[in-house]
Ligand binder design. Sequence first.
Ligand code: HEM
Ligand code: HEM
Length: 196
Amino acid sequence: MRRDEARRVRLWDPALRLFHWLLAVLVVTNWLLGKFGPSIMTVHFWIGYAILGLLAFRLVWGIVGPEHARFVNFLRGPRAVMAYLRHLPDRNPSNWPGHNPMGALSVVAMLGVLIWQAGSGLVIDPEDFVNIGPLADAAGPEISRAAVGWHSLGADLVLILVVLHVAVILFYRVWKNEDLVRPMVTGWKWVRRTDK
Ligand code: HEM
Ligand code: HEM
């Protein structure tokens, strides 16, 4: 689609943008701390709680937030996803007014895996007598020990999804000549004239 067939609108609200960039920085930091940080994981725990706070905010914002932040406005069925995918190889910008139907799936996957990751952290007990999740006692020994495996699996899934996320955004920039990053910074995005 050509630029003159699109118009520039204020798409992403400031709270959503702040949420996104805070989430990105904190998730990368906490992932690295989990793998390579000190063996007493106090900072990892606190950053984990901050991430939980961000995720809670996003779930509420997805219901009561502005138009483009709301889940009902971007979650689509398989038919819409397939229709979108058919045009994905086209070498022009999608100028999609919001998260596209495929991107919506990755939003859900990322939020879901991060909830899983932070949630398993809350109940984790790696039996090192130091780094015990605050809800490990309440969850009981079976769950808190299994959570070590869940947290480790979650760490791999987070890595895969984040690498995929950045790769797809790079694909849009290079192949489709569409910069998705600037709108996530400024809020302003070129969108198709036909929509809304
Ligand atoms: C750990 C790192 C990251 C995580 C967990 C993450 C997570 C997310 C999530 C959850 C969304 C959906 C936003 C919403 O809530 O509606 C999103 C969108 C987006 N992210 Fe990230 N992100 C990460 C890193 C990055 C990086 C490094 C970039 C830039 C290269 C980036 C660029 C974007 C863009 C452009 C969108 C909007 C896509 C669209 O137009 O639909 N993200 N990200
Ligand atoms: C989304 C947020 C989080 C991310 C990305 C994350 C990431 C990681 C990673 C990558 C590891 C290393 C796992 C391995 O190498 O197998 C780890 C370990 C650990 N994390 Fe997290 N974590 C998060 C939240 C939390 C929270 C909220 C807690 C506790 C309240 C927590 C407690 C722990 C503990 C105790 C370990 C050590 C597990 C062991 O010794 O086997 N994490 N985390």
